[in-house]
Structure formats: structure tokens, C-alpha cells
Design a protein around this ligand. Structure first.
Ligand code: PAN
Ligand code: ZN
Length: 193
């Protein structure tokens, strides 16, 4: 089969200090207002948005699409911070395609990877720099930054995976991570009580 331009090997360069890589195809920013329905303290959401609507995280993408494959790279940089007592986190999603897994690699910072199935199985993985987690198909996934520096992780997945946010927007995850007595603590999500 004749090779097309996109079928040749390609590399990008990761910057461990910044938590980004170059070249990039695109980046997306999410602020507190973009995550308004995700945090349990709606009064704190309102006042945080009014006080300047801070950046929560950025995602940097590169799609290594070839004529026969669709492997993609995404790096997410979550700022340290809280809305009320709840730590900054990603929205979280299920993959649209039921057979699509993903690998997450924590390269900076600390926190937790929360995962949950439609049947209500919940699992949280403690993350420090160097933790690599496999997210099996059919598990929703969200990352929470419980540290005092940015948490950066690299994700690899197939573009065919797709993203579904609706379920997480409506129900959240079974447990939230809040600061209690200065420590990250799991509490049951109000929407599930
Ligand atoms: C990641 C996520 C990224 C941002 O690339 O999309 O970390 O999280 P949300 O998409 O939940 O805002 C991934 O899991 N892709 O499948
Ligand atoms: Zn995903």
C-alpha cells in the first residue's frame, strides 16, 4: 500500500516543567463557569465565577491519525485550587464507544483518578508523579488535583472513543473530594444521597 503523508512516523517534544508539548494541534481551556454543574457547593460556584472565573484546567491535543489508525495524545494541566471546599478537577466523561479504554500517566503533581461504571462500581486511584493508570472500557473517568502545584497527566486513546459528558453532568461521581481538617477527604456526592 502506498504511504500517504500522514502514514509517516512523527514525534512531539514534552516539556516536563511546563506540562505541555510541542507542536500541538489545539488546546481547550475550562474555567469554573464551564464546570458549574460539577461542584457540590453552588453558592461557592457563583461567588468564584463573580470573583473572576478562574481557569481550572487546559487540555493540549495531538491526533496521530493515519490512513488506518487514530491514536491520539492529550495532556491535561489542572491548576491547584478549590471551589468552596471541593478540589479542582476535570469534568469527567464516559467514552461514547463502549469498547474504548485509555491510559493516563501522571507526570507532575498529586491527586486522585476517580472511575465509575453505569452499574455504580466506583474506584479511586491515588496519584503521585509517575503513576500510570489503565481506564478500562465503560468506566467514566475524572482527575482531581489535591496538591498545591499543577497536576499534569498525559492521556493516550483512540479518537473513535468519543466523549459523553451528560451522565456525569447530571449525576456526578459517587464520591467528591473535599478538604477537611486540611486533608483531602472523600464524601458521598449530594446528588446520590
Ligand atoms: C482526556 C480528557 C481530558 C479532560 O483527554 O478529555 O483530561 O477531561 P474532560 O474531557 O473530562 O474535560 C480523555 O480522557 N480523553 O478521552
Ligand atoms: Zn477519556
Amino acid at each position: 500500500m502506498a504511504l500517504k503523508n500522514e502514514d509517516y512516523p512523527i514525534s512531539v517534544q514534552f516539556d516536563f516543567d511546563a506540562g505541555t508539548f510541542a507542536p500541538q494541534e489545539k488546546s481547550v481551556e475550562r474555567k469554573v463557569s464551564d464546570l458549574a454543574m460539577m461542584f457540590h457547593d453552588t453558592t461557592a460556584v457563583e461567588s468564584t465565577v463573580k470573583a473572576g472565573d478562574p481557569l481550572v484546567y487546559e487540555i493540549f491535543y495531538y491526533g496521530f491519525k493515519t490512513s488506518v489508525s487514530d491514536m491520539a495524545l492529550g495532556t491535561t494541566r489542572i491548576q491547584p485550587g478549590k471551589v468552596g471546599d471541593e478540589y479542582y478537577m476535570t469534568k469527567g466523561h464516559f467514552h461514547e464507544a463502549y469498547d474504548q479504554p485509555e491510559i493516563y500517566f501522571c507526570v507532575k503533581g498529586e491527586g486522585y483518578l476517580l472511575m465509575e461504571t453505569h452499574e455504580g462500581e466506583f474506584q479511586a486511584e491515588k496519584w503521585t508523579r509517575g503513576t500510570i493508570s489503565h481506564i478500562p472500557p465503560m468506566w467514566a473517568h475524572r482527575v482531581v488535583n489535591t496538591g498545591s502545584e499543577p497536576l499534569v497527566f498525559v492521556a493516550t486513546y483512540h479518537l473513535a472513543a468519543g466523549h459523553i459528558y451528560k451522565d456525569v453532568e447530571e449525576k456526578g461521581f459517587l464520591k467528591c473530594l473535599v478538604e477537611k481538617d486540611g486533608k483531602p477527604t472523600f464524601v458521598l456526592n449530594d446528588k446520590r444521597k
